[in-house]
Design a protein around this ligand. Structure first.
Ligand code: PAF
Length: 294
């Protein structure tokens, strides 16, 4: 596995693969890799000939007072994991490589509507930072496909929309969330949890599953389901940011055209913000009976 910090080094190395018509699969990350990231790398290996992983803790997607400085940086361990998974290239640009003229004069990619709701409401500018850096990384790596986790479902939706709106020739592949045995979605931020908080944390996923079961059983008062779940989370010690049942395609309110709902939640345990989601397919006739879930 070759590691490079520079775009020119990466592009030079990838040239021979492109010449042979090999498919480049890209996995952008912020490092501190866990099993969830490694699953993305495995999917990239299945779908591409050459796997490029980037590690860049993107300052543009952190708001004031967020955990940019504390964000875990574990490059040595990450490199070993990627090597063991068979990744071919590791791209570790510094801030000067990505934002040579600083953040203030950087052109910003903004995906409207989708970026303003859910996590976007409590983290203003966050998704502009994500869309901008992913756009830049795509231009640097020029992959045929890129792999993202479904845990960050809103992020995945925004990237799909950006790629469609800007006619970018990159296939976006979503990979199901990897969970601990007790259901907690793997996240680099789980490491911030105290032992007590870690015991409580799986209740976030459980609240999503309970809500999904209620919908699958025909309960269609979504406002009531949302407020019941928020109350349950509060009682368990979370400070809920949102618990929302939305159209999985648009992330807007569910209506007659909705084919699949996404149930999404974000909540704080102490100072750690956790997010998670599950989805549920509705049948087009509007029958809310027992239907395929995932
Ligand atoms: O999901 C992440 O780790 C980041 O948001 C991403 C996509 C690598 C952009 O910085």
């Amino acid at each position: 596995m070759l590691t490079t910090e520079t775009t020119s080094g990466l592009q030079h190395a990838l040239r021979s693969h492109r010449g042979k018509g090999e498919r480049i699969a890209f996995v952008p990350t912020m490092g501190n890799l866990h099993e969830g990231h490694l699953e993305l790398v495995r999917r990239a290996r299945q779908l591409g000939d050459v796997v490029v992983v980037s590690i860049f803790v993107n300052p543009m997607q952190f708001g004031a007072g967020e955990d940019l400085d504390a964000y875990p940086r574990t490059l040595g361990a990450d490199r070993e994991k990627l090597f063991a998974e068979g990744a071919h290239y590791l791209f570790t640009p510094g801030v000067e490589e990505i934002y040579p003229e600083g953040l203030h004069s950087q052109t910003v990619i903004r995906v409207p509507d989708l970026s303003d709701t859910l996590c976007g409401s409590s983290r203003p500018g966050h998704f502009d930072g994500v869309a901008t850096v992913v756009n830049k990384l795509f231009n640097m790596v020029q992959p045929q496909l890129a792999v993202f986790g479904e845990k960050d479902f809103q992020q995945l939706s925004i990237i799909r929309k950006m790629v469609a709106d800007l006619c970018m020739d990159v296939e976006i592949v979503g990979v199901p969330t990897v969970r601990d045995e007790d259901g907690l979605a793997l996240s680099s931020r789980n490491g911030y949890l105290t032992e007590d908080q870690r015991r409580v944390a799986p209740l976030l996923h459980k609240s999503l599953l309970d809500c999904r079961d209620a919908i699958a059983c025909g309960f269609d008062n979504f406002l009531q389901l949302e407020s019941h779940a928020r109350m349950q989370l509060l009682q368990a010690g979370f400070v809920p940011d949102y618990f929302a049942i939305r159209d999985a395609r648009t992330l807007r309110a569910v209506d007659e055209s909705t084919e699949e709902v996404a149930i999404l939640a974000a909540a704080r345990l102490g100072s750690t913000r956790l997010i998670d989601n599950v989805r549920h397919s509705l049948n087009p006739a509007g029958d809310w009976g027992m239907l395929a879930t995932r």
